[in-house]
Design a protein around this ligand. Sequence first.
Ligand SMILES: Nc1ncnc2c1ncn2[C@@H]1O[C@H](COP(=O)(O)OP(=O)(O)OP(=O)(O)O)[C@@H](O)[C@H]1O
Length: 308
Amino acid sequence: MTASADDEPDILCSELVRIFVAKGIEVQALQGLGLRVDRGELVALVGASGSGKSTLLTILAGLDTPTAGAARVAGHDLIAMRGAERLRYRRESVGFIWQQTARNLLPYLSAEENIAFAHTVAGVVPRRRRAEVADGLLDLLRLGDLRARRPHELSGGQQQRVAIAVALANSPRVLLADEPTGELDEATSADVLATMEEVNRERGVTTLIVTHDPAVADHVDRTVRIRDGRTSTEVLRRTETDHTGQEVRVAEEFAVLDAVGRMQLPAEFTRTLGLRERVRLSLEPDHVAVRPGQRSANADVPVEGSDG
Ligand SMILES: Nc1ncnc2c1ncn2[C@@H]1O[C@H](COP(=O)(O)OP(=O)(O)OP(=O)(O)O)[C@@H](O)[C@H]1O
């Protein structure tokens, strides 16, 4: 492990590529993806099915390695990391929550025993402190009364709350969740997302949630969208006070410009203006204009594609 400077982001990916070869056919699941998540941030990662979200999360979890590019998480270089460090990274630096509630917990152990098992496997928390750490987590996740129940005696939402406690057992710097509300109904999903928000606030654990759940917008300040294996847009949200003194949430969407100046135009823009293959770019005083490269039927009317 390399010691990380205090201002180093907890997740930093650049030009990440992951190519799978299945039956002789190459699939580029990640195509030069960049992502930065600062310490203590709570970020949602969204994108259509097949856009590369799970591929990215599996790499960040230390379970797969990219074909090319750079990725650092919690001070670890995920590309250079080998056997023993990789194992230690998975046990100490990251916690995971999977969509399938059953995948997160051992079915024959109670909530409390599942946390104790995570402690035993990793051996990070000293024995004398384990009971106290488990009590703190059961309190934080509102599981005090349910500590002796086994997974099948808990609702889906309660199981995911135990899963969060288990993921936090070894005080990881980074929490990764792959569709944590995918098997839950709307009300339970909102409860699990609110719990993750609270855990992030209380413990300061850097959290990345991959989700299709639109309700996530109510719980995170930043949503990153992946399209075709690249980060395409980000939505930033902030709370402002309007002229009547009311607090309102304001959301603003940005296109992501990568280190070498590439960005993706929204599919709706390219479709509406028939932009394909070649476009005309021009630098205006305060914006860049993108025009169709092919001659338009009415050449006198320039079509402005983007105003920055
Ligand atoms: N092990 C694999 N072998 C071959 N192709 C794969 C493999 N894993 C993923 N892919 C392909 O990589 C692309 C990205 O898949 P990925 O599972 O990362 O998408 P996703 O955004 O998580 O989708 P979903 O929202 O449906 O889970 C897809 O085209 C998928 O078929």
